[in-house]
Design a binder for this molecule. Structure first.
Ligand code: ACM
Length: 601
């Protein structure tokens, strides 16, 4: 326990800073501590800090232009890299130096993380607000440090989105990719086309991929005022909100609202109640293009982001192949096949948005067939699309689904979703290494084309906010550290120690994070034959794994598990962590080894 306490008091920052020097003593934040922003560029950052810490401390920290007493001082220093900072904590002063407001903001986030985790609470907490003295020098590894959220499969209220942004800010993530349109729901108010939300934001029920319906009408949308509020909230946290308006596929909610957008307008339409890829996609007609241009015109007013995501994934060409109009159009345009109407679509909207000062991002299918080279490729089907894009000198953002799709569960205990057998443990998410896939030589020659990385939280199996939190945390801290901290500063053993304090922060926010950290996880290659090698791991660092093979519950007297075990089909392993004094950790894990059915991913 003493060890635990000293760990919690030590510098324990996520993402891991570039350089940390720990010093003797502590700074005590009290109600008389002044916040001093000498440079007008930092005035808003200082005001936001005062407002944030007022919630948990109850202090109305005085604001000054200069001050010689106890203070937190923000100073401008032009030699510090973009988004970087130097933070110096002494007994009397906290000094944050930065060359831009983002750096000052991140310096203050680090200072908050030096304080007890309760500093992130939104209600008053009675504690001693002490931060260890130290000097920290820091700046990010990549510029795109993202999280994607699918608010379409299920609708999450604005407050959940704001909480999501708060957590991103806590971990210095700066790109919020907001998936706003889908087959199962259109979530953004467009004033010129009210049926998009009157009709398109609602589905009759939810049937999963193939199940019976639950009979529950589902839906919701963000008004333009709410969108503005989210964008402004994000701006204060140095997060750019990148909207995704999908085309040409995943568009059946819009088509249900306005059937003229389809190649088969006279057939019955409805907002989809099943997940999966749908054949009814936008028809590449002048009317559809006009509609989408009108939509973008309103969206452009709402999102100042220089990046716009236009989807582009999973667009079957079935409807186009059957359509005389599409066949004629493809031939008039001199395209090789009707399928290349996808290229025509992307090219048109890339140009439309580029003329308005935006850079277009698309899922990696935009590389299939002809590619519009000014677009940024979001590589999710592994790394081959990224390699293809880099070889064409196109910029990429990496979110390979096997590492970065946080809708996959974190272990197999209490996290299990129907039809969803693959999982991405915290350790796997953390240890993601793109170089192993992309190769040293391409990474060295063209690694600069990688803008950065992001995790995606798709919603098919996330019906509510507690489940959203369960899927997202604590893995969001793993991708954040991957994006921010240099290779030689990342180490899972160190990260899992720092998570102990991270959980205090998440608790302060009442976040329903996954408890997989305290449970034994079976790591194995699901595709390997039996007998199969499996590795048992436990992220919580202070317990030993004990296990049984006879179906009985493990106890403190059960044998300690070896690093790897060999299992046969039909074997049963039960395992749990135990402290040295015999106290169990987490819940017991039970695994019967059978052939794994595969999930859709
Ligand atoms: C995707 O997962 N379809 C982008």
């Amino acid at each position: 326990m003493k060890l635990l306490l000293s760990l919690l008091l030590a510098v324990s920052i996520i993402p891991q800073p570039k350089a940390v020097e720990e010093k003797k003593g502590a700074f005590l934040l009290d109600g008389k501590t002044a916040v001093v922003a000498r440079h007008s560029e930092f005035a808003e950052t200082a005001a936001d800090f005062r407002a944030d810490v007022a919630l948990s401390t109850g202090f109305d920290l005085p604001e000054h232009k200069s001050w010689c007493g106890k203070a937190i001082i923000l100073k401008h220093k032009s030699s510090i890299p973009e988004e970087g900072y130097i933070l110096k904590v002494t007994r009397r002063k906290v000094v944050v130096k930065a060359s831009d407001a983002a750096g000052a903001f991140y310096g203050l986030q680090t200072f908050r993380q030096l304080l007890p985790g309760a500093i992130y609470a939104k209600e008053p907490v009675d504690t001693l607000w002490e931060a260890p003295c130290c000097r920290i020098e820091d700046s990010p590894r990549v510029s795109w440090r993202g999280m994607q959220l699918d608010c379409c499969r299920y609708f999450y209220p604005k407050e959940a989105v704001l909480d999501f942004l708060d957590m991103m800010a806590m971990h210095k993530q700066n790109r919020f990719h907001w998936h706003l349109t889908e087959d199962q729901g259109w979530r953004i108010e467009i004033k010129k086309y009210p049926l998009l939300t009157e009709v398109g934001a609602w589905r009759d029920e939810t049937c999963g991929y193939d199940g019976p319906g639950d009979g529950i009408r589902h839906g919701g949308f963000y008004t333009q005022d709410e969108i503005r509020e989210v964008v402004e909230y994000a701006r204060h946290r140095h997060i750019t909100v990148v909207p995704e308006i999908e085309l040409p596929g995943h568009s059946s909610a819009a088509i249900a609202a306005y059937p003229f957008l389809s190649c088969t307008p006279n057939q019955p339409k409805k907002v989809n109640t099943y997940w999966g890829i749908k054949d009814d996609v936008y028809c590449p007609s002048p009317e559809t293009f006009k509609f989408l241009e009108d939509v973008f015109d309103e969206v452009l007013e709402l999102f100042p982001s220089p990046w716009y995501h236009i989807g582009g994934d999973e667009c079957p060409k079935t409807a186009w192949r059957k359509s005389d109009y599409c066949k004629r159009l493809a031939s008039e345009l001199g395209l090789e096949s009707v399928d290349d109407l996808q290229y025509y679509f992307v090219k048109h909207f890339d140009a439309y948005l580029r003329e308005r000062g935006k850079t277009v991002i698309g899922w990696d299918e935009i590389l299939d067939g002809s590619a519009v080279e000014s677009t940024v490729v979001m590589s999710y089907r592994g790394h081959n699309p990224a390699i293809k894009a880099m070889n064409r000198d196109m910029k990429v953002i990496l979110c390979p689904n096997r590492f970065c799709y946080y809708d996959y569960h974190q272990n197999e205990i209490a996290d299990t979703f129907k039809n969803h057998h693959l999982f991405i443990t915290l350790r796997k998410a953390y240890n993601y290494n793109p170089t192993g896939f992309i190769g040293d030589s391409l990474m060295q020659a063209k690694g600069d084309l990688i803008l950065g990385y992001q995790a995606c939280v798709w919603g098919e199996y996330i019906p509510d906010v507690p489940q959203l939190e369960h899927q997202t945390y604590p893995r969001e801290a793993a991708i954040a550290e991957f994006c921010w901290s240099a290779d030689d500063r990342r180490n899972f053993d160190d990260f899992r120690m720092r998570l102990l304090k991270e959980f205090d922060r998440l608790d302060a926010r009442h976040i329903n994070y996954s408890r997989a950290y305290w449970n034994v996880i079976v790591n194995m290659n699901l595709e390997s034959d039996y007998p199969r090698e499996v590795e048992l791991t436990l992220d919580y660092p202070f317990a030993e794994i004990r296990y049984t093979t006879d179906g009985t519950e493990p106890t403190a007297a059960s044998p300690v598990a070896p690093a790897t075990l060999t299992v046969n089909e039909g074997d049963c392993i039960r395992a749990q962590g135990f402290m040295a004094d015999g106290t169990p950790v987490g819940v017991p894990m039970t695994r019967i080894f059978q052939k794994q059915p595969y999930s859709k991913h």
